[in-house]
Design a protein around this ligand. Structure first.
Ligand code: GLV
Ligand code: MN
Ligand code: MN
Ligand code: MN
Length: 403
């Protein structure tokens, strides 16, 4: 029987970011494969039956597989420079919870199958589309579109998936597998300040706010930095930077809306070269999907205006969108009965549970993060809170197994 803290310590050196603190664990990379192999070994050590499905989702069964299964799990990939808990906490907590359920005899009394699922490329930091594994299995992304996605090196998802041992012809919607899931419960580190200054280590998820990603690509005329007068330039970097500078004000004009540019690319990228291309990727979130559209519209209009003023072209494409999702009321009621003091939290972060929710009853548990920081190395979770998270998950799973 392993403790969640010691399970996480086993992978603390895997995929460290070589550029600074934190982790670099992109989806479908050698690092994610190494973490998956660690998970497979931990599952085997517990006698769990494992399989990797057509979409690269790893399943580990604590009982014989079957219909109406209780499934828990999360992901092992990270954003660039990510923290130690976003994803792995849910996977390690599930392994620790399975140990407790076995030790207490709850598994023998189970009336439903129990499985752990690990989803690949949850962050979408490699191919741009968040929750790629859960989107594929549910059909939230078309397989052909997914296979054509390219990473920053220009490698297609089709090629990378093949290298990962998947068959591109089998990638895509898998209703028969999905229909075996009776409920999905994801435990996750809290990614904001929601539980700070409360006496509760664990919260229950109520909803995930609408969020999407868009690619803005500006193209102009590459030229010489020394010989081209300022009046003769069509510089996409100028247009793109003006838009980025406008975003905080445009977002702030809608209460609670958030908009972020965390990634830019200048092509070809030389100090003495006027760029021919500039891209940025925009993330917008709000609980009202209509507000997300309004913010996008305002930023897009501004992009067209700045492009016109600077003599460059802009094209805007959507990478993914997840509408505001409310977790299933019935399952949520059962969680509240199991954890009567746990507060309810709406999440500004996206999760595989949110992608699964329209298809299978889904729920989330959040474990207190004392820094309130996430997607950064300062993301944290106290050892005793990690253990409280496992206890909460055990209570919830115990109840589900006999419903
Ligand atoms: C993933 O964690 C996201 O919400 O961006
Ligand atoms: Mn996550
Ligand atoms: Mn994340
Ligand atoms: Mn996430």
């Amino acid at each position: 029987m392993s403790d969640v803290v010691s399970l996480l310590s086993q992978i603390e050196d895997t995929g460290r970011d070589t550029r600074g603190p934190g982790y670099q664990r992109p989806g479908f990379s050698n690092t994610e494969r190494e973490l998956r192999d660690w998970f497979l070994a931990e599952a085997a050590r517990r006698g769990l039956d494992t399989e990797i499905d057509a979409n690269g989702i790893t399943w580990a069964w604590a009982t014989p597989p079957g219909e109406n299964a209780v499934v828990t799990g999360s992901h092992l990939d990270s954003v660039p420079g990510g923290g130690a808990f976003d994803g792995p906490l849910g996977v390690a907590s599930a392994l620790a919870a399975f140990d407790e359920l076995k030790a207490s005899g709850a598994l023998e009394r189970a009336q439903r199958p129990l499985a752990l699922a690990v989803f690949p490329e949850e962050e979408g930091s490699r191919f741009g589309v968040a929750c790629l594994g859960s989107r594929l299995i549910t059909g939230a992304i078309d397989a052909d579109r997914a296979l054509g996605l390219k990473d920053a090196n220009g490698d297609s998802f089709a090629d990378v998936a093949t290298g990962y041992g998947l068959d591109p012809n089998r990638i895509g919607t898998d209703h028969s597998r999905l229909s075996t899931v009776g409920s999905f419960i994801e435990l996750h580190v809290e990614q904001g300040i929601g539980l700070i200054n409360t006496d509760q280590a664990v919260a229950i998820g109520s909803s995930i706010i609408g969020h999407g990603r868009w690619h803005f690509a500006f193209s102009g005329q590459g030229n010489h930095a020394g010989t081209t007068p300022m009046s003769h330039r069509a510089d996409p970097v100028v247009a793109g930077s003006r838009v980025i500078g406008d975003i905080p004000v445009l977002a702030a004009s809608h209460d609670q809306a958030v908009a972020t540019v965390g990634r830019t690319l200048i092509h070809p990228g030389g100090t003495n070269v006027i760029a021919s291309g500039m891209s940025f990727w925009l993330d917008i979130r709000h609980a009202d999907d209509a507000v997300v559209k309004q913010v996008l519209e305002a930023i897009s209009q501004r992009a067209q205006a700045h492009a016109g003023d600077t003599g460059v072209e802009v094209s805007i494409s959507q990478e993914s969108y997840s509408p505001t999702t409310y977790f299933t009321a019935e399952l949520g009621d059962r969680l509240r009965t199991a954890l009567p003091t746990a507060p309810l939290l709406a999440s500004g972060a996206g999760h595989d549970a949110g992608i699964l929710a329209p298809h299978v009853p889904s729920a989330m548990l959040y474990v207190r993060n004392p820094t309130g920081v996430s997607h950064a190395p300062e993301e944290a979770c106290e050892d005793e809170d990690q253990r409280a998270g496992v206890s909460a998950l055990v209570k919830v799973l115990e109840g589900e197994l006999v419903v």
